[in-house]
Design a protein around this ligand. Structure first.
Ligand code: ADP
Length: 270
């Protein structure tokens, strides 16, 4: 854990010199163990819906002459396969992110479009829970990066805000510029998140209430996807929340003031 891992090589040069080469491998070893933790977690998470699908299909076979039971099991089967699909999509999104270099491939981003699309993609779930999404604010500054990834990040935050809030509440989406950063925030009137939990919710597969997260269709990967996207943009995602007082998640990306960088980005795409 706290230990440093060194790769040490010794070369003896003639009979007077000994050359000692030491390379710090701590990061490499740590990355390997993070990766195998991820594989272990993914396998565990996949086992739940896959196991349920197997049991349900057996149950359907056994319920041959009970139409009500068959209907019930079939509905559950459908739900479990949707869960599996969402999980596979999020896992693919995360692994795709690891191979992207947003700063190198980035372009000026139309933020109104990012916000519009992220809100649109959540409109149906919001309506089904009678939640109103209120959009406000405007910035002159130019953001830079990958519009699709920023849309995914914002969509995940709005999706969470809707899923964790009581019905018939409001979700606010606002944009503003502050200290060289463009901030897009999502505010809900949900249950809020305690300070201890706030430190952990960005970890892969971490959920405050696993049963509730599953029930509402969560995969436990949403916020870690958001965190990766923002890191790729030289930005960050932060949370403000108090239990019982709702939550505000904020995406920040640096303002793109530098026209040289803009030109270079344009050249890079030619
Ligand atoms: P999930 O798929 O479980 O929603 P996320 O990574 O998106 O996974 O979120 C991790 C956990 O953080 C959730 O399970 C939930 O407990 C908590 N959380 C996220 N967003 C909110 C919110 N807007 N209000 C309350 N809790 C939230």
């Amino acid at each position: 854990s706290g230990a440093t891992v060194l790769d040490v090589r010794v070369a003896i040069l003639g009979d007077e010199y000994v050359l000692l080469l030491a390379e710090d491998q701590t990061e490499i070893v740590r990355a390997q163990s993070v990766r195998s933790d991820f594989v272990a977690n993914v396998s565990h998470e996949l086992k739940t819906p896959v196991g349920a699908i197997r049991l349900l299909s057996e149950a359907i076979g056994d319920a041959a002459d009970d139409p009500d039971a068959i209907r019930h099991f079939t509905q559950s089967l459908h739900k479990e396969s949707e869960r599996l699909t969402a999980l596979v999509q999020d896992i693919m999104e995360l692994s795709r992110l690891q191979g992207t270099d947003v700063v190198a491939a980035g372009r000026p981003v139309d933020l109104d479009r990012v916000i519009g699309e992220a809100v649109d993609r959540n409109r149906l779930t919001a309506e089904s829970r009678e939640i109103k999404i209120v959009v406000g604010g405007q910035v002159q500054a130019q953001a830079f990066g990958d519009a699709d990834l920023l849309t995914t990040a914002l969509r995940n935050l709005i999706d969470n805000a809707i899923r964790y809030s009581p019905p018939a509440t409001r979700v606010g989406v606002g944009v503003r510029e502050r200290e060289g950063m463009i901030q897009i925030s999502v505010t809900d009137q949900g249950p809020g998140i305690s300070e201890e939990e706030q430190e952990r919710i960005f970890e892969r597969f971490y959920r405050v209430d696993a049963a509730r997260s599953r029930q509402t269709g969560g995969t436990g990967l949403g916020l870690s996807i958001v965190k990766h996207v923002m890191q790729q943009h030289g930005g960050e995602v932060t949370v403000w929340s108090r239990e019982g007082q709702g939550s505000t998640f904020t995406l920040s990306v640096p303002v793109m003031e530098d026209m040289d960088a803009l030109d270079q980005a344009a050249e890079g795409t030619e």
